[in-house]
Design a protein around this ligand. Sequence first.
Ligand SMILES: [Zn+2]
Length: 440
Amino acid sequence: MHIVTKAKAIAFHAGLLVLTASPAAAQVTAIRAGRLIDPEAGTVTMNQIILIEGGRFQAIGPNVAIPPGAEVIDLSQLTVLPGLVDAHNHLALTYKTVPENNVYYLTYVLESTPLRAIQAASNGIQMLSAGFTIVRDMGNNGNYADTALRIAIEQGWIPGPMIVNSGIIIGGMGGQFWPTPEMAMEKNIVYPEYLDADTPDEIVKAVRQNALFGATVIKICVDCKPWGYSVDDIRLFINEAGKAGLKVEGHVQTVDGARRAIEAGIWSIAHGGGLTDEMHKLMAKKGIWRAGTETPLTLVGHTTEGRYERTVAGLRNAYENNVPLTFSTDADYYIPGMTRGEVAIEFIETWKAAGIPNVDILRAMTTNGYLVSETENTRGPIRAGLAADLIAVGGNPLESIDALRDVQFVMKDGVVFKQNGVMTPEKFFHGGPVNGWNIR
Ligand SMILES: [Zn+2]
């Protein structure tokens, strides 16, 4: 039984077991889309019919016949598009001005993993309501709250985006912290936020631990300490993660760290601080994803004018160098009056300031998000056979990307989550694991 379960888990990680069953099975749903955007092609088509059955898209086109008995959803006044992707968030972390003055070291001390897991469930729902159907959840999630969130959504307990989760961030001793000896050695304060791995043996063991406990991507601290990881260390991570079918994202904050990560052939780089023009050219050449986490100035207190100017210039430079771009936020804090999803959407301000055309912002938020998440053949595009995820907005995001601030409709796995701007999540809640207890 254990072997069967593990095989299924591996199949899932490879994206083969995305939809074993669906609450929408047997019932056919037909959506009338006034406008339908294909972000990859950058095109809009008018008056399309989208047929959905068993949680998947069946047919899309202007002359698709609606079968008798189908449930018809009228989105003829709206623009329909595929779901959005945040390629870097931390759903089980929410630091705040009060009481911790946005110092997340204190959040770890004040809030238990179980509390943070419940926060993650709420944050996931808030992200889905804002149109994010996939979130890469990149660590700092306590003791595997990210795995619990992913499994709870996949088994059918609660609504939420598809989660690509990293488990615990792997770094040299101390992780991103500079703990005191007594806190690190006697209280183990760094765990569970970071896994210590300073030697090749520890690197192998840490990757295997995360894979065992449900990570679907590996996140490492490339240069959180001046010694950091060498090119060979990073190659070891990539090789070991590859055995479990996982890619490696590097937290990078220096040019030297970026150079080592790029040379090793890492999958994606988080944060733009170390990404110079030279690094961007190397990334473009190697096809390395940029998850730049470009905080807008409008999220007061979370960046400064100087940092924001450098962030905008860096994003612009990456775009001009044809670096593969993802939309990524690192939006792991509370802004009073805003949902987690609204905070994430706010990041379009930085992309607008960088002068990036709407179609390319939308590609970063959709097509490229599916590619960096490796779901492009199972979930993301509105294409027959894929999981039926889509959203609808009032305006046209190709004309004004701000249209994405007003998500009126959200469907996930063929089930309506939001309609007429109001969440209607009843069909996502179950008293048991309706999609399979053995999803891990
Ligand atoms: Zn982060």
